[in-house]
Design a binder for this molecule. Structure first.
Ligand code: CO
Length: 631
C-alpha cells in the first residue's frame, strides 16, 4: 500500500463516513448523533516500531464520539481496515458540547417563547429580528436544573440597524435556560432591569474615513518555499512533524522531530477556559470551556490569503463530522508558511572589524477559531535553532454588560456610555507529550538561587542555578515564578550533553502567568482544576487527553488533572506528559472597545543541552554585503 496514509494523517472524508457507518452498528448506536469522529491514534510503541524500525503499519482506526438515543456519551472505536467495532466506552454523567445546529434551534426557540417575547416587550423591544441570542454553556453552580438537563443559558442582545455590533446593546438581566436536546424553554430568569446602553459599537469598514498613505508591504519568495508537505507531514530544514485539526483540541502536532531526533510525540491545546470576575448572577456563571464545551476545531475558521496570512502560504483543509455522520469540510483550516524573523545571530568583532550576521526565519503553523465573541489564533512557530514557540493571539469583542450611572463597577471596566466589560481570564492548557530523545524523560525545575552574602560571597553578587528533580505528580504541580526565572527542563537522563547534563528541552514561560483567580469555593475552581498551577506532569496515559476531562459540559464531578494526579504517580525516568497553562488575565481597558487590538500569550520550548553547540553555524549569510565582512 504505497499510498497508505501516514499514521498521523487525519481521517479522509471517506474514512469519516465509513467510521460513522461502523459506529452505528454498535449496540444502541443506530440512532446516535455524532459529537466528533477523528483518528484513533496508533499506539505509541506500535507507531515507533513502524516509523523507526520498519515494522508493520499500525491499523487505521477511528474514534466516534456519539450521543446515543439513551442520551449517553460513548466513544466507539472502529478498525477501518478490518471494518469492525473494537471498543465501546461509556462516559457516565457526561454531556456533549454545544453544536452549531443547536445554536440555531435554541435561538429560534427562545425568540418564539411567549414569556421571552413579553419580557422583551416590557423593555420596548417588539422586533424579534433585531434580537441576537447568544447560546452559552450552562456551567454547573448548583441550579436545580444541573444534573437533570443538558441546558444552555441563552442571553439576548439588541442588534441595531444594519447588523451593528450587538455587544453594544446587552439586554441586561434577562436570560432563558433552554434544554439543548429538546430546545424546550426550562425557565426565564430576570434580575434588576437596566437601561439598554446607548453605546457605539461600530467598527466595520466605513466607521471612519480610511487612513491614506499606507504603502504596500509585499512578501515574495521568488524561488519558492523551503518546505515540503506530504499529506499532513511537513518538512522544513531540520524540522519534521504532522499537523492536523481535531474537533475538540483544534490544531494538533504529532511526532515532532529535529534532525530525526524526537522532541514531541503530540502537542495540543487540552482545554481553555474563560472565567469572568463579576459576581452578578447574569455573569458569575460565565466560565466557558472553549475546547470541551464548544470545540476549538469545530469552531475553526477558513483562513483567507492576503488577510489572515500573507506571502507564500500552503493551506491544509480539515474534515470533521457533522451530527448525522456526514462530513464537514473546513477549507484552509491550517496555514503553513515561513517568514522572516529578524536576526538569528550577529557579532561585530571590535578588534578585527569582522562582522558575521545571519538572518532568521521561522516556520509558522497557524489555525484560528471563533468561539462566540472571541477569536483565537493558535500558532506553533518553529525556529532554525531548534526552539518552538507557541503563541496564542486573542482577538474579538469583550463580553459586555449594561452599567447604570453611579453603580459600583465591581469587577468591571466602563468602556462606553452605559456599558462595561467584566474583567476575566483566558487560560490555555497545553498538553505536551514531550519525548526528548526518546520516551524516557525526567523533568527538573531550574531557578535562580541567590547565594547568601558571606565569606563565599563577599560582594553579594553571587547566584546559582538550582536544580530540583520532580519525582512525583505532587512535586510537579508547580507555578511560574518570574522573580526566580523558573523554568522546567525535560530530558533523557540516559543521553548526556557536552555539559554532562541530560539532553533536554526546557519549557520557558512567556508573557507572565497568573493561575486561576477564582476562590477554592468557586465551582470553576473544581471544574477547571488545571488552572490552579502553571505546570503539571503526569505519566503518559493515552486516555488522559483533556485537562478538565474530555466532556466537561455542565459537570462538577469530572476527571482532570487534580483527580489524576491525586494518585501521586511516579514521573521520573519514564514516559511523561507535561501540561502547561498559559494565559491572559484581562483587565478590560477602553481600548478593547469596540473591538480589541490583538493580545498575546504563550510559551517557548527551547533546546537546552539537546545540542552541544549552536546548531545553526551552517546557516548561510544572506546576499547583502553587511552579513559577512572581514575586518
Ligand atoms: Co479577554
Amino acid at each position: 500500500m504505497a499510498d497508505a496514509p501516514h499514521p498521523f494523517s487525519p481521517l479522509t472524508p471517506d474514512e469519516i463516513r465509513a467510521a460513522a457507518a461502523l459506529a452505528r452498528t454498535a449496540d444502541g448506536a443506530d440512532g446516535c448523533r455524532f459529537i466528533a469522529i477523528g483518528l484513533d491514534e496508533a499506539d505509541k510503541e506500535a507507531y515507533h516500531a513502524w516509523v523507526d524500525a520498519g515494522g508493520p503499519r499500525p491499523a487505521r482506526r477511528a474514534r466516534a464520539s456519539v450521543y446515543d438515543a439513551a442520551r449517553q456519551v460513548r466513544e466507539i472505536t472502529v478498525d477501518l481496515d478490518a471494518g469492525s467495532v473494537v471498543a465501546d466506552r461509556l462516559f457516565p454523567n457526561a454531556y456533549p458540547p454545544i453544536t452549531p445546529d443547536e445554536y440555531v434551534a435554541v435561538e429560534a426557540s427562545v425568540k418564539a417563547d411567549p414569556k421571552m417575547i413579553a419580557a422583551l416587550a416590557a423593555r420596548g423591544i417588539d422586533d424579534m429580528g433585531a434580537v441576537q441570542i447568544d447560546v452559552l454553556a450552562s456551567a454547573n453552580m448548583g441550579h436545580p436544573l444541573d444534573g437533570r438537563h443538558r441546558y444552555a443559558r441563552a442571553v439576548p442582545y439588541l442588534r441595531g440597524p444594519l447588523g451593528m455590533n450587538s455587544y453594544a446593546r446587552p439586554i441586561e438581566s434577562l436570560l432563558a435556560l433552554v434544554d439543548l436536546d429538546t430546545h424546550e424553554i426550562l425557565a426565564i430568569e430576570e434580575y434588576d432591569t437596566k437601561p439598554i446602553p446607548a453605546a457605539d459599537g461600530e467598527y466595520r469598514t466605513g466607521t471612519l474615513p480610511a487612513r491614506t498613505g499606507v504603502k504596500p508591504i509585499a512578501i515574495t519568495q521568488p524561488e519558492g518555499v523551503s518546505f515540503t508537505v506530504d499529506g499532513n507531514r511537513v518538512r522544513w530544514f531540520d524540522w519534521e512533524f504532522s499537523a492536523s485539526l481535531e474537533a475538540q483540541d483544534g490544531l494538533v502536532l504529532h511526532d515532532v522531530r529535529f534532525r530525526g531526533r524526537r522532541v514531541l510525540h503530540r502537542a495540543s491545546c487540552a482545554e481553555m477556559i474563560v472565567p469572568y470576575g463579576d459576581p452578578h448572577p447574569m455573569h458569575n456563571w460565565r466560565t466557558y470551556f472553549d475546547a470541551g464545551e464548544y470545540g476549538l476545531g469545530a469552531c475553526t475558521n477558513s483562513l483567507v490569503l492576503g488577510c489572515d496570512c500573507v506571502g507564500e502560504i500552503t493551506y491544509l483543509d480539515a474534515h470533521l463530522a457533522a451530527g448525522d455522520g456526514d462530513v464537514v469540510e473546513i477549507a484552509n483550516a491550517i496555514c503553513l508558511h515561513e517568514e522572516d524573523h529578524s536576526l538569528l545571530w550577529k557579532h561585530t568583532d571590535h578588534a578585527t572589524g569582522n562582522v558575521e550576521s545571519r538572518r532568521a526565519r521561522r516556520f509558522v503553523v497557524n489555525s484560528m477559531a471563533t468561539v462566540g465573541n472571541y477569536d483565537y489564533a493558535f500558532r506553533w512557530n518553529f525556529g532554525l535553532d531548534g526552539h518552538i514557540e507557541l503563541e496564542v493571539e486573542l482577538h474579538g469583542i469583550i463580553s459586555t454588560m449594561a452599567h447604570t450611572e453611579g453603580e459600583d463597577l465591581k469587577g468591571t471596566q466602563l468602556v462606553d456610555e452605559g456599558l462595561s466589560g467584566p474583567h476575566h481570564q483566558h487560560l490555555f492548557c497545553f498538553r505536551l507529550d514531550l519525548d526528548v530523545d526518546g520516551p524516557r524523560n525526567t523533568v527538573c525545575e531550574i531557578e535562580a538561587e541567590p547565594v547568601p552574602t558571606g565569606p563565599d560571597n563577599p560582594e553579594g553578587n553571587a547566584w546559582r542555578s538550582k536544580t530540583t528533580v520532580l519525582r512525583t505528580e505532587s512535586e510537579a504541580a508547580r507555578d511560574a515564578n518570574d522573580h526566580l526565572a523558573r523554568q522546567w527542563y525535560v530530558g533523557n537522563p540516559h543521553e548526556r550533553s557536552v555539559a554532562g547534563a541530560p539532553r533536554s528541552y526546557r519549557i520557558v514561560p512567556m508573557h507572565g502567568v497568573t493561575p486561576l483567580l477564582a476562590r477554592p469555593e468557586a465551582t470553576i475552581y473544581r471544574r477547571a482544576g488545571f488552572g490552579r498551577h502553571t505546570l503539571w506532569v503526569t505519566p503518559y496515559r493515552p486516555d488522559e487527553r483533556n485537562a478538565a476531562g474530555t466532556y466537561p459540559y455542565g459537570r462538577v464531578d469530572q476527571d482532570g488533572l487534580p483527580e489524576w494526579t491525586a494518585a501521586d504517580r511516579g514521573i521520573e525516568d519514564t514516559d511523561i506528559v507535561c501540561w502547561y497553562t498559559a494565559g491572559v488575565t484581562h483587565f478590560v481597558r477602553p481600548e478593547d472597545w469596540p473591538i480589541m487590538p490583538a493580545a498575546r500569550t504563550g510559551f517557548r520550548l527551547e533546546p537546552a543541552g539537546f545540542f552541544d553547540r549552536n546548531p545553526t553555524l551552517d546557516w548561510p549569510a544572506s546576499e547583502a554585503a553587511c552579513c559577512h565582512r572581514d575586518g
